[in-house]
Design a protein around this ligand. Structure first.
Ligand code: ZN
Length: 461
């Protein structure tokens, strides 16, 4: 026996395992499908090319008017340009015009088509962005080959995400600004909701941080070496979710499934996430003069501060956060793990759920602590419940169907952010994270088709 071979022990009544074999041929149907695709793809490219040419011929050849200064533009040249689409590379001889006053130039044919010379355009750009929004860029490029039969580099996927994401982010920001202006009138889409639930959550995102761009100084002296990238550079991402409590369906006792919810997300700023959610509420037409906005939060002050923008509101402290604080004390007081701690917390949770926060606080005040650490935790717990008592009427919230936990926003946040942006070792640029988030919000809200109506944004060089 070969000495380098490892012996594997198998029962003696066992036959040696045979090597598994793949089928010698692929199924006939699979072959037929691929044959047809290969045969007709060039025909599709030709058909598309014909239509582009027909469109070009049908267009007026009068020089266009400069979009900047309104004066007539002058003919410049008519070079052949090309761009990539799903079926291959298209070509067109596109007349170029220039404005003598502001030096702006344009190719009316390409503008009419919504494509750009030398770029991936049209539906291919949107599909690549879709793949890049769901999986990392390397993998997205491989999926493009598997799913679309198109060979692209990860960089091409990245660029599609950046340009469409920028357009999408820009639109979302403008919409938030528009609705922040009190004169904006919400579109009349049905009647306002009686009650809307709003939850907010956040997490830290790893950033690739270069404090500022390195610029050459006036004397043209060489730039100093780059500082090493510091570990632990993070930015907060905030997610908000909006839902109607009347749309909570119950598939099984005690479980809630949400039929319709809307997400918003942004990097960093608390004002920004609330501005986004406000705009979303206006667009949905959910917010009327009598709408009660239920805000579920974990007790973070920034949430309650912004909640004041809603005149009619009901603030709820997330039940699980309230209980987790009790656990922290119980572990110190009764040991970790200990049956006594568990018993103590369960009783407290039952009383809180029954709306007896005042009774719980009174009981906490009579407790004798075992250590100074436990004393400190208990005082903090009493303070936390006292400060938030008005947000802990859980029996009432349950009766009214508002819910008592921030589970909906936590799961939304995980889906929106963690699933794509918090994979091992990922680091983001500010712009890259913002653009990707904007597209993920679009996708998860079921609004992906909006991208058809957004022009791919130019990226700053
Ligand atoms: Zn001009």
């Amino acid at each position: 026996m070969d000495g380098s071979r490892r012996l594997v022990h198998v029962p003696t009544d066992h036959l040696p395992a045979a090597r598994p074999v793949l089928a010698a041929a692929i199924p006939r149907f699979l072959e037929l499908e691929r044959e047809v695709e290969e045969e007709f793809r060039p025909g599709m490219l030709r058909a598309l090319q014909d239509r582009v040419e027909a469109l070009d011929e049908s267009r007026s050849s009068a020089p266009p008017v400069c979009p900047q200064c309104g004066r007539g533009m002058a003919y410049h040249d008519a070079r052949v340009v090309s761009w990539r689409c799903r079926f291959g590379r298209l070509q067109a001889r596109a007349r170029r015009y220039r404005c003598r006053h502001c030096r702006r130039q344009c190719r009316p044919l390409l503008e009419a088509l919504g494509v750009e010379a030398g770029r991936i355009s049209g539906s291919l750009a949107r599909l690549l962005a879709l793949l890049g929004v769901v999986v990392p860029y390397e993998l997205a490029a491989r999926l493009a080959w598997q799913c679309l039969g198109v060979k692209v580099s990860p960089m091409s996927v990245w660029r599609a995400v950046q340009r469409l994401g920028e357009a999408c982010e820009h639109y979302g920001e403008a919409l938030a600004r528009y609705h922040a202006d009190s004169d904006s009138t919400p579109p009349a889409t049905g009647s306002a909701a009686d009650v809307t639930v709003l939850g907010v959550d956040g997490c830290a995102l790893g950033m690739q941080v270069r404090a500022r761009r390195r610029r050459r100084n006036a004397s043209g002296a060489p730039l100093p070496a780059l500082a090493p990238v510091e570990e632990g550079q993070f930015r907060e991402v905030k997610t908000g979710v909006l839902l109607l409590p009347c749309q909570r369906a119950r598939p099984s006792p005690g479980r809630h499934a949400l039929s319709r919810r809307f997400l918003g997300s942004c990097l960093g700023d608390a004002d920004a996430i609330f501005a986004r959610l406000w705009a979303r509420l206006q667009e949905l037409g959910w917010l009327g003069p009598h709408t009660l906005v239920v805000i579920v939060g974990d007790g973070a002050e920034w949430i309650w501060k912004r909640a004041e923008m809603f005149v009619r509101r009901c603030e709820i402290l997330d039940f699980w956060h309230a209980v987790e604080h009790a656990w922290e004390f119980a572990r110190l007081q009764y040991g970790d793990p200990s049956a006594r701690a568990a018993h103590w917390v369960h009783r407290l949770a039952r009383d809180l759920r029954a709306g007896q926060v005042q009774r719980v606080i009174a009981r906490l005040k009579t407790l004798r602590t075992t250590t100074p650490e436990a004393r400190e935790k208990l005082d903090a717990l009493i303070r936390y419940y006292t400060d938030n008592a008005a947000r802990m009427r859980y029996d009432e919230y349950l009766r009214r169907g508002y819910g008592i936990g921030s589970g909906a926003v936590e799961s939304a946040h995980k889906q929106l952010v963690h699933a794509r942006l918090r994979q091992a070792g990922m680091r983001w640029s500010e712009a890259g994270a913002r653009r990707l988030l904007a597209l993920r919000v679009l996708l998860l809200n079921g609004d992906w088709d909006q991208l058809d109506r957004l022009r791919m944004a130019a990226l700053a060089a």
